[in-house]
Write a protein that binds this ligand. Sequence first.
Ligand code: PEP
Length: 253
Amino acid sequence: MRKPFVAGNWKMNTDGRSSIELAEGIASGSVDAAGQSVTVAVCPPFVYLQAVAKAVGTSNVAVGAQDMYFEPNGAFTGEISAAMLKDIGCVYCICGHSERRHVIGETDELINKKVAAAVAGGLLPILCVGELLAEREASQTDAVVTRQLKEGLAGLNSEKLSAVTIAYEPVWAIGTGVTATPQQAQEVHELIRNLLTGMYDDQSARETRILYGGSAKPGNAAELMGRPDIDGLLVGGASLKVDDFLAIIQAAV
Ligand code: PEP
């Protein structure tokens, strides 16, 4: 049985004060919203990670980073390693978010190195995959998601896979207010689970959590998570409001 997982991606939002207020509000409300029955994480900007980790304290809210670099240390100006993230209390790390793929220009090869380094460093990576609108319109969704999944997980055995969460995030649905229908999302989630069966085995595929992301909000969260292969949500905009994020957590119960 896969435990539902709701993660908030704050992107390049909040400031010192609002990040703590948001973290405290989520931490104090999430037990009422879901008890221990939902895995909850928030992913603030790097500079607020430590303060947010302190603010969530021993609550059931874990902290994740939005990115990391694959090298352990050295001359990589501006980059942050898995060990540094672990050192300040990070549990998760988003890898290959569409904004990193399409705005910053990250490749599948680079993302794969990050996923592998995250696992090796004791973090739990959330590997994001998803097609552009033009790719969906050209019926390339399955091909794109298959490539991103296979290349993103290259070299990871089933034991390492058990540390990984997959997030299906169609790029056309991210930050646009246009959500994939539960049916559209379920189809791709089922594809991903079938791919995992082929790449690994039945058990690994059954145990891997696959989140949906793309304009998820309180009003559509329950219906999305009601589909058999949608195990939770990666939430951008709606994770910046305590009440909305708590309502989404509640919908996962
Ligand atoms: C995201 O950034 O991962 C995301 C899903 O954003 P939004 O919920 O705002 O579409």
